[in-house]
Design a protein around this ligand. Structure first.
Ligand code: SF4
Ligand code: SF4
Length: 64
């Protein structure tokens, strides 16, 4: 499993990119995207998904 970013809701603030412990979030093309091959859902690092925690827009970083 991995998380994904709902691009239509993302303000492109960039906060999630720096909080992701897996380096899974990058700005690609016109949107921030989560690489599903790199996303670990923060397992072993945190009980909560860091991207969802820091994102200022509710329900924008969600399970894919
Ligand atoms: S759930 Fe964790 S590992 Fe996955 S993209 Fe979000 S911050 Fe990165
Ligand atoms: S923290 Fe949320 S609003 Fe900011 S870039 Fe990431 S997904 Fe977009």
């Amino acid at each position: 499993m991995a998380f994904k970013i709902i691009a239509s809701q993302c303000t492109q603030c960039g906060a999630c990119e720096f909080e992701c412990p897996s380096g899974a979030i990058k700005f690609k093309g016109e949107n921030y995207v989560i690489d599903p091959d790199k996303c670990t859902e923060c397992k072993g690092v945190s009980d909560t998904q860091q991207c969802a925690t820091v994102c200022p827009v509710p329900k924008t970083c969600i399970p894919a």
